[in-house]
Design a protein around this ligand. Structure first.
Ligand code: AGP
Length: 615
């Protein structure tokens, strides 16, 4: 996850910015950069690929005098990790400086518009498009105040972004715009800070404002003004952060699980970004972890995992068979390793694991190797046992997942498996990537915003959670690619609220579980507007026909299921392969709110460990 730090005050900016970025290093990144405006008005910019040490080594002997500046650690999304893609990015004049977390969904449209105006781009990033957009507007309207240009041009951006920027023609004024990824303002004595995480600021100030989506802040050493992008003033009072270090890591959230649920749009962007260019559709063979040649050489896939990761494997089967047409089997790792599995050189065995240390999954992969199979790990922890033992790693970039109940690891696993399926299809068809007009590319670009819109249903979800607090059992029903999501919703609920819950294929309900249906049994029905919608709708009507209580998850515009459900949640509709990533979000929040209302330990549920390193 990228890191942002901005400063204006009386202290030397360079050392403060680097110090702040170091506190955000845990989030993972692959390049870094800094910009400082000197007292003489000269702008000093330094960028480096790799870790902050590479940047600071560049700065040795290179004074960056100045008490106004910003810095960034980048996890590559658009464009490979490199110095020219590192932030800050500038416009053609070199006077407008921008750093950014997130993904600008319409960057290509804006980039082409600017190219037609003769703008020459120096990087592959969507961030540079923001700098050049502002620069082009300043060139067209030299007399318009920069703050007006910022408001108007940022309003044209679609997607998720946390932006901090300035123009050297308006020294000592920072602009901060938030729509998705976090941005926090910190007020000091005659100085001000901006950062993507409070952790970077707490050693200087505890007087903070967490900006909200749609906010645009104008920050000087003494002033802090917030408006929306139309210029309407917004009231954002300072709050005193009284956190200890652990609370600071929660970033103002009451639980790690809540923070990790909220981080999902951002970490899905980072999991996707490294692997495919959303502009060209080209895959990075290195980042995909599996060579094209290996994928072409196998005739079957076998996915092994445990718990939530096994649910991801079930979704992976649908994706790999539907998109890549490769026969794919799924096994609990604990079962696979003891049932003489029929695998060999013709089978690629894929272990899915957040921790990369789960004993059963490690054992299953060892069995696969014994049988002569090649292996791949879909893991979140670099350097973990599984990452070290497999032939290739398809990494998720969820960052540290502290909550025992897996959330952001799951959605980044799903995102990685979508790409794996598309990559396998391309490899087997002799292509290097997706066609530039493949609907999946547009879906991937829209995904973070759609996730954010889905998470915004939190209030309605909490209302439904209040009705489940004393339920005896809860039944989750889903069909097709949403059957594993029903299983995941049930697991989330039972593992943190201790309520019994069961996930079931909606089409199977009439073969037994329908006997459970009565006016005391809440049923969560997943009914996205996909090819199986009519089937699911009739399954859910059977619930209502027996006085069951039905809470339905539908997609926007739904007219049918939402007409007979006791309550329904409408989430955005997106490419079918990406819909499960949206559908699981309300189920995570549902489990979270039920557990909180039942007074359970959300982050560390009883009897559970974050990583089961024993059999
Ligand atoms: C997920 O909410 C659970 N905590 C658990 O099922 C977990 O998914 C399982 O233990 C596998 O862990 P792994 O992904 O680290 O291998």
């Amino acid at each position: 996850m990228c890191g942002i730090v901005g400063y204006v005050g009386a202290q030397q900016a360079a050392s403060l910015v680097i110090e702040g970025l170091k506190k955000l290093e845990y989030r993972g990144y692959d390049s870094a950069g800094i910009a400082v405006l000197g007292p003489d008005g000269a702008l000093h910019v330094a960028r480096a690929e790799g870790k902050l040490g590479n940047l600071t080594r560049k700065l040795v002997g290179q004074e960056l005098p100045g008490t106004f500046g910003l810095g960034h650690t980048r996890w590559a999304t658009h464009g490979r990790p490199s110095e020219e893609n590192a932030h800050p990015h500038r416009d053609a004049s070199g006077r407008i400086v921008v750093i950014h977390n997130g993904i600008i969904e319409n960057f290509l449209e804006l980039k082409n518009e600017l190219r037609e105006e003769g703008v020459v781009f120096t990087s592959e990033t969507d961030t540079e498009v923001v700098a050049q957009l502002l620069g082009a507007a300043v060139r067209r309207e030299p007399g318009t105040p920069f703050r007006e240009i910022v408001k108007r041009e940022l309003a044209r951006l679609r997607g998720m972004f946390a932006l901090v920027l300035f123009s050297s023609t308006e020294p000592r004024v920072l602009y901060a715009a938030k729509n998705g990824p976090p941005l926090v303002y910190g007020k000091g004595e005659g100085e001000a800070f901006l950062a993507s995480d409070a952790l970077a600021l707490l050693s200087h100030t505890r007087d903070l404002v967490f900006l909200e989506d749609g906010d645009l802040a104008r920050v000087t050493a003494e002033t802090f003004e917030v408006t929306d992008l139309s210029g309407r003033p917004l009231d954002r009072p300072l709050k005193r952060a009284t956190w200890d270090a652990v609370s600071a890591e929660k970033g103002g959230f009451p639980h790690f699980m809540a923070k990790e649920i909220a981080e999902q749009p951002t970490v899905v962007v980072e999991t996707v970004g490294h692997k495919i260019s959303l502009e060209t559709g080209e895959f990075s063979e290195d980042a995909m972890g599996v060579s094209r040649e290996l994928l072409r050489s196998v005739s079957r896939l076998h996915l092994v995992a445990c718990g939530t990761s096994w649910h991801a494997a079930l979704v992976g089967k649908f994706l790999l068979e539907e998109i890549a047409r490769i026969p794919t089997e799924v096994d609990y790792a604990s079962e696979f390793r003891y049932r003489s599995p029929l695998v060999g050189p013709e089978t690629l065995v894929v272990g899915i694991s957040q921790s990369g240390e789960t004993a059963d999954t490690v054992g299953a992969l060892q069995e696969a190797v014994r049988q002569g199979s090649r292996t791949v790990g879909v893991v979140n922890v670099p350097g973990s046992a599984i990452a070290r033992m497999v032939d290739g790693v398809l990494a998720t970039h969820a960052g540290p997942e502290v909550g025992v109940a897996s959330t952001k690891a799951f959605t980044t696993q799903l995102a990685a498996l979508v790409l794996f399926a598309a990559y396998a299809k391309a490899c087997r068809e002799g292509r290097s990537g997706l066609a530039a007009d493949d609907p999946l590319l547009a879906g991937l670009a829209h995904l973070p915003l759609a996730m954010q819109q889905t998470l915004a249903l939190d209030g309605a979800i909490e209302k439904i959670a209040a009705k489940l607090v004393n339920a005896r059992d809860v039944l989750f029903l889903g069909r097709g690619i949403h059957y594993p999501i029903a299983l995941e919703g049930a697991l989330k609920l039972k593992e943190i609220s201790y309520l019994h819950a069961e996930g079931y294929p909606a089409g199977e309900m009439k073969h037994g579980p329908i006997a459970l249906i009565d006016s005391n049994l809440p049923v969560i029905g997943l009914a996205p507007g996909d090819a199986l919608y009519e089937k699911v709708s009739s399954n859910l009507r059977e619930v209502k026909a027996r006085d069951g209580i039905l809470y339905a998850l539908v997609t926007e515009g739904d007219q049918e299921v939402s007409s007979f459900a006791d309550a329904s949640l409408a989430i955005p509709k997106i490419h079918p392969a990406l819909q499960p990533i949206l559908s699981v979000l309300p189920l995570q929040l549902l489990a979270y709110h039920v557990a909180r209302k039942r007074g359970c330990d959300v982050d560390q549920p009883r009897n559970l460990a974050k990583s089961v390193t024993v059999e």
